[in-house]
Design a protein around this ligand. Structure first.
Ligand code: CU
Length: 465
């Protein structure tokens, strides 16, 4: 049972909590009163078992039950190699990542490589391939020709397995990028005050307790006058986090460097990543704005997520010379190849795509290397992070408005009644999952299949979620 996951009233729970507040710098900021405040550490990196092979990073991950602490509370969960978040997998663009998964759980499991363009049989989705059974092992192996911040998690009974603690970061370095003084992985997870269901721990995502690498409101110690690069991953099942900080620059998103930097804030929905740069003359606080799935930025307490604290005050350093491309968005051809209508209702939790619930779905199909325009319309009563496996795609427009620069992602939030137009080059053959990354929504049916090349294949339910 999951009762140990039900954290107590750790957020502001008073009768006036969040009432009548608006999004401004005068918002009440909720911080921890724990003393001393915990120190933030990047999740330990997995040791490379083939250190003499420059072409390959070889790692072993054992998924097993594990007891750990979150914000001072005991949790009976699951972990990779007895750590939550799991070991960070770090490699350089062009290397082969080879991961042997040992399943020491009582349930089947898989690993999905969120955001990486892996061959279909390595994707960890149980649409066509059986999961790894208890006591069994499986070796995933693929070349990585992308850079940036990605993550891995199971794609079997997904909401529950991720919620129990099975997730970790993947960092793919570009040898041509400037070095920074501090390069930190910061994985967000969310915890509800009360949750009597056993499938996830946030409720409607409006005011969960957000933790960073399992710590509430930690301090990141930094050398004086340093440049910090923080790689954020939202591993929560359904909580959104509006991240903001004075002087913060968002330098990268789901798929490496942005075409142009953005200043001040970034919304991180489940599954998404963002990299932020902080030029540390003095300490900076990084805040999390409350966000409702039912209508965006919402009144309520702002949480302090993290304080980055140099050991002494200095003049702020210069930003390194990031190689932003400055590319404009691709012009919209104004034709449409595939339409995805997101439907559902928070009252009934009946989530669908085009009227269908997984696995009773009709797969779409694209020829290999086809360029396709997807239109995603949200007619449901909730926002949804739309995610496609095996590919990244470009956001051409939101409600007809093109972004200022080219925007390449693998997960994109679709707000209430919004229409997005996306451009996809279907260059990876397989029967790929298309789903909402609010994992309970996906488990409840908001998932379908896009066949590329020889696909699609007939639906085949292994609880393939
Ligand atoms: Cu959803």
């Amino acid at each position: 049972m999951r009762s140990a996951l039900m954290l107590g009233c750790l957020l502001a729970c008073g009768p006036d909590a969040g009432e009548g507040e608006s999004a401004s710098s005068t918002d009440r900021i909720v911080s921890s009163d724990a003393e001393p405040r915990p120190r933030l550490r990047s999740p330990a990196e997995a040791p490379d078992l083939a250190p003499d092979d420059p072409e390959r990073v070889q790692v072993e991950l054992t998924a097993a039950p594990h007891s750990f602490e979150v914000a001072g509370q005991a949790v009976e969960g699951w972990a990779y190699n007895a750590q939550v978040p799991g070991p960070t997998l770090r490699l350089t663009r062009g290397q082969i990542l080879e991961v042997t998964l040992h399943n020491a759980l009582t349930d089947p499991t898989t690993i999905h490589w969120h955001g990486l363009h892996v061959p279909f049989e390595m994707d960890g989705a149980t649409w066509m391939h059986d999961p790894v059974q208890p006591g069994q092992s499986f070796t995933y192996s693929f070349i990585v020709d992308q850079v940036g911040t990605f993550w891995y998690h199971p794609h079997f009974d997904t909401a529950r397995q991720v919620d129990l603690g099975l997730y970790g970061a993947i960092v793919v370095d570009d040898p041509d990028e400037p070095e920074v003084d501090l390069d930190v992985v910061a994985i967000l997870d969310a915890w509800a005050e009360i949750d009597d269901r056993d499938d996830h721990h946030g409720l409607d995502g409006t005011s969960p307790l957000l933790t960073v690498n399992g710590a509430r409101d930690p301090i990141l110690e930094a050398p004086p006058g340093s440049v910090a690069r923080i790689r954020w991953i939202n591993a929560a099942n359904l909580a959104y986090a509006g991240i903001r900080s004075e002087g913060m620059t968002v330098i990268a998103g789901d798929q490496g460097l942005l075409a142009a930097p953005r200043h001040g804030e970034v919304l991180l929905t489940p599954g998404e990543r963002a990299e932020t740069e902080h030029l540390l003359g003095e300490a900076v606080e990084i805040l999390g704005d409350p966000w409702s799935l039912y209508g965006g930025r919402t009144p309520g307490p702002v949480q302090r997520l993290l304080t980055v604290e140099p050991s002494e005050v200095r003049e702020a350093p210069q930003s390194p010379a990031w190689a932003f491309s400055g590319l404009p968005p691709t012009p919209d051809p104004l034709s449409t190849d595939l339409v995805y209508v997101l439907q559902g209702d928070p009252m009934t939790q009946d989530w669908r795509i085009n009227g269908e619930r997984f696995p009773d779905i009709t797969p779409f199909h694209l020829d290999l290397d086809a360029e396709a325009i997807l239109e995603v319309r949200n007619l449901s009563g909730s926002e949804h992070p739309f995610h496609l496996h095996g590919h990244a795609f470009e956001v051409l427009s939101r409600d007809g408005v093109a972004p200022p620069y080219r925007e390449i992602v693998d997960t994109v939030n679709v707000r209430l009644f919004e229409s997005l137009r996306l451009r996809l080059v279907a260059d990876n053959p397989g029967s790929w999952m298309v789903h909402c990354h609010i994992l309970p929504h996906a488990d409840q049916g908001m998932m379908t299949i896009l066949g590329v090349g020889d696909g699609p294949h007939e639906p085949h339910d292994h609880r393939g979620r």
